[in-house]
Design a protein around this ligand. Structure first.
Ligand code: PLP
Length: 458
């Protein structure tokens, strides 16, 4: 896998060590490692998970969480990690923010846990708040539970819209390597080709363009669209682009000119543009939404993860005429009152603590630190990202391909030193701490990555 070959699946061949291993003790301002890793008493828990859950559920680092607080994760043995994962880029305002916890407790103590889609005051407050925050042209909000539900919903809305002008206008264009969720429609529209092997009949009206490299702009977009047409696609049947605002696995952004050309073409061909901001939204990249970096408008935006900083809530926001078209837009847990209360509190914290700007500011610290690491391995390491989402891409010098196994060894080493990262399975160390992380904790985490890379790269 090279930097721009983004459609391949994961490589999880490296097995994290599950035998308690003596590691050097750590005691710094933000990290503590005082036991063997994994600790002896976590093994029965890890074994139960392995026994009763699908094997895929045991791919992450074997750290059994007991408490998570702001940017730190603690186990029951006195060990403490700096969290550079935010869960999976979920807790943008930090783990267990006191205002979110209070909002949840108050709803549980005083109101109700569920009301299907009967009206509730908390849901009204949340959709109004979201409406105030999002760009003006997006004036309707539909609450759901998971990210995949939001992307599935946007596929449906795009097709209903297209069919109004032409019954065949249901084509959706997305990108190789993109991730839009794991349910059937979301997986098909996504560009992880290998993960679709089990699907009998792929949707013939979903098309995938190559992800543009750093230097390819307008021309590359035009070429890609022309190729689609040469391959027999009737471009008048395209109704939407679905764009992951940066490609998740590698924190790879599109060139701005590319997206501007795409938006222009979409306007000229009555095609809507959907941005999937499930991972990238709510300040993660130093803007409220990552697509703002491209200086274009969106017609529909899919939100999830960081919107609530913890509880399961997602949203589709879009132009009224695209949303108010389907009488079946509702879902059992969509707009759950406890999740709404948590989300409203999270959005207020995002604003009150100026976290979107903080993400941009801290992103500069992060980028500077990572560039210093890259300087030591100019031929092996690339970095990409913005704000508080970055990826360190590490290549194998003999093949020039990304080295997933080496990266897994590095993140295991980081875990032993008190830094928590998620495994991407693609040869990238992905870094996305809570936006609330302290500057010195960010620097401490970066130094752990530098040290671990040094120890793992022979
Ligand atoms: N879209 C993007 C860009 C994502 O990163 C993810 C999850 O990682 C999803 C969609 C799917 O979200 P969920 O896991 O909540 O269904």
């Amino acid at each position: 896998m090279t930097l721009n070959d983004t459609s391949t699946g994961r490589n999880d061949s490296y097995k994290f060590n599950l035998i308690p291993k003596e590691v050097p003790k750590i005691n710094t301002k933000y990290r503590k490692i005082v036991t063997s890793i994994p600790p002896e008493n976590s093994i029965p828990i890890l074994n139960d998970l392995r026994k009763y859950e699908p094997a895929s559920m045991s791919l992450e680092l074997p750290v059994v969480w007991d408490i998570a607080e702001n940017f730190q994760v603690f186990d029951k043995n006195g060990n403490c990690w700096i969290d550079f994962s935010s869960g999976t880029f979920v807790v943008n305002v930090g783990h267990r923010h006191p205002k979110i916890c209070k909002a949840i407790s108050e709803t549980v103590d005083n109101n109700f846990l569920h009301n299907y889609y009967f009206p509730s005051e908390i849901r009204a407050k949340l959709v109004k708040k979201l409406h105030e925050m999002i760009p003006e042209n997006l004036n309707k909000v539909f609450l759901l539970t998971t990210g995949a539900e939001a992307t599935e919903c946007s596929i449906k809305l795009a097709r209903i819209h297209g069919k109004k002008t032409n019954p065949k206008k249901i084509g959706i264009i997305s990108f190789l390597g993109a991730m839009h969720g794991k349910t059937l429609g979301a997986l098909m529209v996504g560009g992880k080709t290998k993960e679709k092997h089990w699907i009998g009949n792929l949707d013939p009206d979903m098309y995938h363009l190559p992800f543009p490299s750093k230097d390819s702009g307008e021309e590359f977009f035009k070429e890609s669209i022309e190729k689609l047409e040469q391959n027999g696609v009737d471009l008048t049947t395209i109704t939407a682009f679905m764009i992951e605002s940066y490609q998740g696995w590698g924190a790879l952004f599109y060139p701005k000119n590319y997206i501007k050309a795409l938006r222009k073409w979409a306007n000229e061909h009555d095609v809507i543009v959907i941005f999937d901001e499930i991972q990238s939204g709510f300040g993660r990249t130093g803007k409220l939404f990552a697509y703002e970096h491209y200086e274009v408008e969106a017609d529909i935006v899919c939100c999830g993860k960081g919107i609530s900083s913890g509880l399961p809530l997602s949203a589709v926001v879009g132009r009224k005429e695209l949303i108010d078209v389907d009488p079946s837009l509702n879902s059992t847990h969509g707009g759950n009152p406890v999740c709404c209360a948590a989300t409203l509190a999270s959005l207020e914290v995002l604003e009150d603590e100026n976290l979107v700007n903080e993400s941009a500011r801290k992103g500069e610290i992060l980028e500077k630190g990572l560039l210093l690491i890259k300087d030591n391995y100019p031929k092996r390491i690339e970095i990409s990202g913005k704000g508080l989402i970055f990826a360190v891409h590490i290549k194998n010098p003999s093949t020039d391909a990304l080295d997933a196994e080496l990266v897994d060894r590095i993140i295991e080493k980081c875990m032993q030193k008190g830094l928590l990262l998620i495994r991407t399975g693609t040869g990238t160390i992905k870094i996305g701490p809570p936006l609330t992380i302290f500057d010195d904790a960010l620097l401490e985490g970066i130094s752990v990555i530098a040290e671990s890379i040094r120890e793992c790269i022979a």
